[in-house]
Design a binder for this molecule. Sequence first.
Ligand SMILES: [Zn+2]
Length: 122
Amino acid sequence: MRTRFKEAMRRLLVSLEKELVQSLEAQESEYDELTLAHRTEETEDAAVRNEERALSALLHHEERRLTRVRSALGRLVTGHYGVCADCGNKIGEQRLKAQPETIFCYNCAKKRQRNIRSPHLS
Ligand SMILES: [Zn+2]
């Protein structure tokens, strides 16, 4: 992999990490407020419960993405970045640009989506 491309990906992943951390912090406090209000008022408001659920789902989604972004940064350091975890082929640069934290090449990701339905590995 070209050094310049690697450096570009590193920068992309670092800013992605920062973005996710900030978003998670904001959501966590929002979530706390929501659950706190929910508990103290003991409201049976379905809208609040739905919002709570939606927030919590988003939170988990972003937490998982943050984990993947951080492990991608680790792979950049060890030199394993951009290699498919499944077939060992190089992951295309276009794909990495679109999804810098991915660990699968296009074909393997597609295969997985079809077979296992494992969204946190896509
Ligand atoms: Zn592959």
